[in-house]
Design a protein around this ligand. Structure first.
Ligand SMILES: Nc1ncnc2c1ncn2[C@@H]1O[C@H](COP(=O)(O)OP(=O)(O)OP(=O)(O)O)[C@@H](O)[C@H]1O
Length: 403
């Protein structure tokens, strides 16, 4: 559907290469595998090898984007996140939109973003293309394929924090990321190491989740069918929401609906905008999530034994239903608000997982229970230090070239 409008071969691309993403092969992959293909296709490029974190984001916030047909990032999910922030923020700035107001109606941005996978997880590329192969992505970019994607905004106390396109994770995935940042020198294996440490710590966090169910969508997180190119659920949502303006009207309709409340102790709170498939989890955290249906799959993993949590995690890696467990709930939502039990002002410090490595002795003891400090959110691989957040689908379709 959107492809008819946007299936235009790009002629001039702005390329950002993160030389330090994943196995630090970004520049090599681009020079050897991608640049020759772009040259053959007569695509001109301006290539920027990033010199520091947020280089791409800051450059995009200033540069005149009208001369480009698209932006390409060579790196992982963190690089894609930088690029999407630069692009969305510049578009809102030009349109005079206040991003701190969660109710602001964002303006869609016209440029498409392509990913050449060269990161550690490459979840966004994997979930959209089905494989993280630089040549496949380059060919999609060359022929002008496109894929709309849902974007969610994350706010804290009416302050804009970040946009998310793949996974927002509190508890387990927040803690894994926090710990893994200290071990970047390990390369992609840092996630295995920190994952193991975090699993042993078995921390759960108390709080309240308020969510607004997505009632107007055709799909359900427990569906057998998967979102692919031309997906009828996304097409239906696209037509229903009329891609931009009418979506906002529907949001107001939805706001009149009932908010639901879930209180408890959680090992993980995950919000998936897409399946979040990657090589370690080929079906993803929410296998039936849609790329562009205007919803978020909210997955709540309540406090359970370490053995049961392991069963849930193992199901991420195989075809067994990870939601078919008594301590796991999943809802398809338009919006949610999380409030931790312990206010952030009282929060002593972001916890050090290392100190809690043997937390099992405490958490299994009836007198102990949950951590009295908060976790942090993992937002597409970037840390959000606030625990209390308001997350909503922001009706914003940013198009990927590699779809
Ligand atoms: N030149 C640079 N020096 C240091 N950090 C950089 C540089 N360029 C980009 N970054 C930052 O590096 C972080 C990680 O990059 P990237 O996502 O490409 O790799 P990754 O973390 O290994 O992969 P993934 O996100 O898929 O797990 C990003 O948050 C980005 O802001």
């Amino acid at each position: 559907w959107l492809n008819y409008n946007f299936c235009v071969r790009p002629k001039n691309l702005l390329v950002f290469i993160n030389p330090f993403g994943g196995k630090q092969l970004g520049k090599h992959i681009y020079d050897k595998k991608v640049a020759p293909l772009f040259q053959l296709a007569s695509i001109t490029t301006e290539v920027i090898v990033t010199e520091h974190a947020n280089h791409a984001r800051d450059h995009l916030a200033e540069v005149d984007l009208r001369i480009y047909d698209g932006i390409v990032c060579v790196g992982g999910d963190g690089m894609f996140s930088e690029v999407i922030h630069g692009l969305i923020c510049q578009t809102q700035k030009i349109a005079g939109i206040d991003q701190n107001d969660p109710n602001s109606k964002l303006v869609a941005c016209s440029l498409r973003i392509g990913i050449i996978p060269a990161g550690s997880t490459d979840c966004i590329c994997y979930a959209t293309v089905g494989v993280n192969d630089p040549v496949t992505s380059a060919l999609h970019i060359i022929v002008g394929d496109s894929q709309p994607m849902d974007v969610s905004s994350v706010h804290h106390n009416n302050t804009f924090l970040k946009y998310s396109v793949s996974l927002l994770g509190y508890g387990f995935y927040g803690d894994v990321l926090k710990d893994s940042e200290n071990n970047r020198w390990m390369g992609p294996s840092r996630y295995d190491f920190s994952g193991f440490k975090t699993f042993l710590s078995h921390q759960c966090y108390e709080g309240t989740v308020l969510y607004l169910p997505a009632t107007e969508t055709l799909g359900n997180p427990r569906d057998e069918s998967r979102c692919t190119a031309g997906c009828y659920v996304c097409q239906y949502s696209g037509k229903l929401l009329d891609l931009s303006n009418n979506k906002q009207e529907l949001k107001h309709v939805a706001e009149e609906e009932d908010w639901k409340v879930v209180k408890g102790k959680f090992l993980a709170i995950n919000a998936a905008n897409m399946s979040c498939a990657c090589s370690k989890s080929p079906m993803g955290l929410s296998p039936a999530a849609h790329l562009a249906d205007g919803t978020i799959d909210l997955i709540l993993v309540r406090k359970c034994s370490r053995f049961n949590f392991l069963r849930h995690l193992i199901r991420h890696t195989n075809k067994d239903d990870q939601f078919d467990l008594a301590f796991v709930e999943v809802y398809r939502v338009k919006q949610f608000i999380f409030t931790p039990k312990y206010s952030e002002e009282d929060n002593i410090d972001i916890r050090d997982i290392g100190k809690n490595l043997f937390g099992q002795f405490c958490s299994d003891h009836p007198a102990c229970g949950c951590s009295q400090v908060n976790s942090n959110w993992n937002c597409d691989g970037e840390i959000i230090e606030h625990a209390a957040v308001e997350v909503r689908y922001v009706l914003f379709c940013c198009l990927e070239l590699s779809g």
